[in-house]
Design a protein around this ligand. Structure first.
Ligand SMILES: CC(C)(COP(=O)(O)OP(=O)(O)OC[C@H]1O[C@@H](n2cnc3c(N)ncnc32)[C@H](O)[C@@H]1OP(=O)(O)O)[C@@H](O)C(=O)NCCC(=O)NCCS
Length: 163
């Protein structure tokens, strides 16, 4: 599956047609993603079907931080604050759901996090699930739920599974 950075010129129209059934995730791609990318708040990655002129799905990555007291004890956090990478949003066009696109996008996101962590260290990947379905999707890939409700995958675990 080919994944590329969101481009206002290339994906401008398709971005507006994107529908994953979750209004806030649709709205983000239509109205906010491009500006967030410009402002360096998030990098937005899209899976784009050139033939159909359609965005199959997207995800975002940003740097984030988490307090050591919020992570599981077995993680043995060495410092008070941990640098982590945030998968801020991930969504699949409803037409393509249930066909492996979400799993492939998440694998791509995790591999990108691993690659980036070789240049600027990051000790874990974090997601903020939007609902129970999202919780169960991320659990399927080994993320664990923290007391805060955020979900956590240690970078070392990600490397073992996807690196
Ligand atoms: C959740 C979502 C990203 C899943 O994407 P998808 O393309 O439908 O999922 P896939 O077909 O790639 O499924 C990949 C694997 O995850 C599993 N899976 C998919 N949704 C799941 C769920 N809700 N709970 C548990 N497992 C799930 C599939 O069974 C499949 O498992 P397998 O590889 O072992 O066979 C997609 O349905 C979506 O965009 N929903 C609306 C937005 C949303 O909820 N985003 C969540 C992130 S904030």
């Amino acid at each position: 599956m080919s994944v590329e950075k969101l481009s206002k010129t290339k994906h401008g129209k398709e971005r507006k047609r994107f529908d994953c059934t979750n209004e806030s995730l649709n709205k983000y791609l239509k109205e906010t993603a491009n500006q967030d990318q410009k402002d360096r708040l998030a990098v937005v990655y899209v899976s784009y079907d050139e033939q159909a002129n359609e965005i199959k799905g997207y995800y975002t990555l940003s740097n984030d931080g988490i307090s050591a007291s919020d992570v599981p004890e077995h993680f043995k956090a060495k410092y008070k604050n941990l640098n982590v990478t945030l998968i801020g949003r991930l969504a699949v066009n409803s037409k393509y759901q249930g066909k492996g696109v979400g799993g492939a996008l998440l694998a791509h996101a995790i591999k990108t996090c691993i690659m980036a962590s070789n240049v600027i260290a990051s000790s874990a990947i974090i997601v903020d699930p939007i609902d129970k379905k999202a919780v169960s999707f991320y659990k399927h890939y080994g993320f664990i739920v923290l007391d805060s409700g955020r979900m956590f995958l240690a970078m070392k675990t990600a490397i073992d599974a996807f690196g």
